[in-house]
Design a protein around this ligand. Structure first.
Ligand SMILES: C[S@@+](CC[C@H](N)C(=O)[O-])C[C@H]1O[C@@H](n2cnc3c(N)ncnc32)[C@H](O)[C@@H]1O
Length: 446
């Protein structure tokens, strides 16, 4: 289909499978730029979903169950909704919290100057990664400077929100000050592209200045009813349990970009940062980090847990699993786990969503063992098994490269992302009695 160029995604119904190019795709505003994070989606998507399904400044409960660095929650603040986020990744939760926690303007205004003075005064710190390979990742000057910065950040321990803000400023400069390549998400030292690490102290100071300015601007634009909360230690596979523990009312709208099958290793991407701040979550060494990776949906870590039964998975998923299994039984197992986990997620989401509420997902397709897997169709089919129906499905082209990381190579090149707009209208099934493919694009009466 020929793409349609638009300023903003249309709020009305669109033809099934329509592809859009969003001209007005500026994504780097306010606190959206805080910290790198793999798979950030463009803020235009949550903004579009809220405009389509809610009234501005309604204070409705909006959930992002895979909130990542918090794009949805920043948009909730701006749109005047009550945003709640869930993520297994502790660094993601902290980035999200910092991006959405307003700090007193006066405090922000004097912060850069105070930090500059402290950086001049503090020459050494005591904190240093306890890893045998430290010299591989950081040169001596970087270690000394990062250690001194960490000591300055520690001085703010008794002001938790300010401390978290500075910890994220610190984490945001670690990669650039390290020997690890800046161009890829994965943490590795390239032997072909020599890198000169950037001096950590000026980098940190500039980051504090930039983030503080952005935070002040966000504070001026937050809508009256906007709020943002990140739940601690919650897993998107057990939403009803999480919801009753948090004692929250039913969800008015859910918006997310779920993990991909085997394409992003969040812990590996954050390894350099975790060496410096990971002790906060008991994740400061590689062995602890490797163990933690099993918690992520879509992980391709060898897993000793039994592969779940496929009975409830839709026929379309089973067909692709069979195709992938011909070349890679291992990846076929990864797929079964992924779609099984996502089905459990949809089951739970259906229980905590209000009746006829919407669930908007952004999904990229991938290539596994040479097989082009239409993940968006398969997820839509899983959602139908859990009692959703697809109201509309369309795609947009990714033009804003700095917000995304190419999934070329093993994860497959992704040219555009799909938006699936689901509603809760039918009952969950056992997977065999469902009526064919989801009705992408056909509007259900609500
Ligand atoms: C594509 S990213 C979301 C990015 C987000 N939209 C943003 O703009 O930053 C998917 C997220 O799912 C999270 N995730 C993976 N498994 C999870 C689980 N079992 N429960 C909750 N979150 C999970 C990952 O940590 C990751 O942050």
């Amino acid at each position: 289909m020929i793409p349609t160029v638009v300023d903003d995604l249309p709020l009305g119904d669109v033809a099934p499978g329509q592809v859009f190019v969003i001209r007005n795709h500026e994504s780097r505003y306010l606190t959206h730029t805080f910290h790198k994070y793999a798979g950030k989606f463009i803020p235009q998507i949550p903004r579009w979903a809220m405009r389509r399904h809610l009234e501005r400044n309604e204070g409705r409960l909006v959930l992002d169950p895979f909130v990542g660095s918090g794009t949805t929650l920043v948009e909730c603040l701006l749109d005047g909704q009550r945003g709640v986020g869930i993520d297994v990744d502790p660094l993601a939760r902290l980035i999200c919290k910092v991006k959405t926690t307003l700090l007193p303007q006066q405090e922000l205004a004097r912060l850069p100057e105070t930090i500059e003075a402290r950086l001049r005064a503090v020459k050494r710190g005591t904190h240093k990664p306890q890893i045998a390979t430290i010299a591989h990742w950081f040169n001596d000057k970087a270690i000394r400077d990062l250690s001194a910065i960490r000591a300055v950040v520690e001085e703010y321990r008794d002001k938790p929100d300010l401390f978290d803000f500075l910890l994220i400023c610190f984490s945001a400069v670690v990669r650039r000050a390290s020997n690890a390549d800046n161009q890829t998400m994965k943490t590795y030292v390239s032997h072909t592209h020599h890198k000169t690490p950037e001096p950590a102290k000026p980098l940190f100071l500039n980051t504090v200045r930039d983030y503080a300015t952005r935070m002040v601007k966000l504070g001026e634009l937050v809508s009256e009813k906007g709020s943002a909360t990140v739940l601690d230690n919650a897993d998107a596979r057990s939403l009803p349990k999480v919801w009753s523990a948090a004692n929250l009312p039913k969800v008015d709208l859910a918006i997310t970009s779920p993990p991909y099958i085997k394409s992003v290793d969040y812990i590996y991407n954050q390894m350099a940062e975790l060496f410096w701040i990971g002790e906060t979550w008991d994740l400061e060494t590689q062995s602890k980090q490797n163990q933690f990776k099993l918690r992520y949906i879509g992980t391709d870590r060898p897993n000793s847990a039994p592969v779940p039964p496929v009975d409830r998975l839709p026929g379309s998923v089973r067909k692709y699993v069979k195709e992938v299994a011909e070349t890679s039984p291992f990846l076929a197992d990864v797929m079964i786990r992924y779609f099984g986990d996502m089905l459990a997620h949809f089951d739970g989401m259906r229980k905590i969503l209000r009746s006829h509420a919407h669930y908007v997902l952004v999904v990229g397709d991938s290539t596994l063992a040479g097989v082009a897997v239409p993940t968006h169709e398969l997820l839509s089919d899983c959602a139908v098994v859990a009692g959703f129906s697809a109201q509309q499905t369309f795609a947009y082209e990714i033009r804003n490269k700095h917000m995304r990381f190419p999934r070329a190579g093993r994860g497959g090149e992704v040219h555009h992302d799909w938006v699936i707009d689901l509603t809760t209208t039918s009952k969950a099934t056992n997977g065999r009695e469902r009526r064919g493919r989801s009705e992408g694009g056909r509007r259900q009466p609500s």
